[in-house]
Design a protein around this ligand. Structure first.
Ligand code: 5GP
Length: 183
């Protein structure tokens, strides 16, 4: 039996061309802003991996890259919840200018905790680039420095974003149909 991923989408939000154009705009802004201090770009796994690799190719300053994975549990405030680092950076970030690259910011808890952790390790600055932002869902005070698209509160997949680890390989961003969601 064949399974076409597109059958599971309600609609496509951003097609390949739209994504490519917007990612290039972000790359130009980042290259200009970091011209004095090329950043260590940190990909927040797994969801950001596609955005990260496309963004990387549009940046014209000599960046370095690293990878990190984290999950955030519970708590209404950043201090009351727990951040579990499931994959850590391969070196010290002391004095580094970091650019955290994320797929989507929802409540904002994970990224705020991650930013605080990296600042506590001595990073000179931690800026945030996200492909997508859902500001209506935010429970903490966090604004990305670079954002591809602001979206309404819908569950999206593709271009790295998953549902139950699937759909990451879709080259577009789409809204998942309710019928494709199994409780
Ligand atoms: P938060 O900002 O709530 O701490 O968590 C953000 C994470 O939640 C994202 O990195 C992503 O893994 C997941 N997430 C939030 N909204 C969506 C969505 O619409 N689609 C997918 N696939 N993941 C989402």
């Amino acid at each position: 039996m064949t399974h076409d991923m597109y059958q599971d989408l309600e609609r496509i939000l951003y097609d390949r061309q739209t994504l490519e154009k917007r990612v290039a705009e972000l790359g130009r802004a980042i290259s200009a802003d970091f011209s004095a201090h090329p950043p260590l770009m940190v990909c927040v796994l797994k969801g950001a991996v596609v955005f990260f690799s496309d963004l990387l190719k549009t940046i014209t300053v000599p960046v370095e890259i690293d990878f990190m994975a984290a999950s955030s549990y519970g708590g209404q405030t950043v201090s009351s919840g727990t951040l579990e680092i499931t994959k850590d950076l391969s070196r010290s970030v002391k004095g580094e200018h970091l650019l955290l690259v994320e797929d989507i910011i929802d409540t904002g808890r994970t990224l705020l905790r991650l930013r605080d952790l990296l600042l506590s390790r001595g990073a000179a600055q931690v800026r945030i680039a996200t492909l997508l932002d859902k500001p209506s869902r935010r429970v903490v005070d966090l604004k990305p420095d670079y954002c591809g698209f602001t979206i309404p509160d819908a569950f999206v997949v593709g271009y790295g974003l998953d549902y139950a680890e699937k759909y990451r390989n879709l080259p577009e961003v789409g809204i998942l149909s309710p019928s494709a969601i199994r409780d």
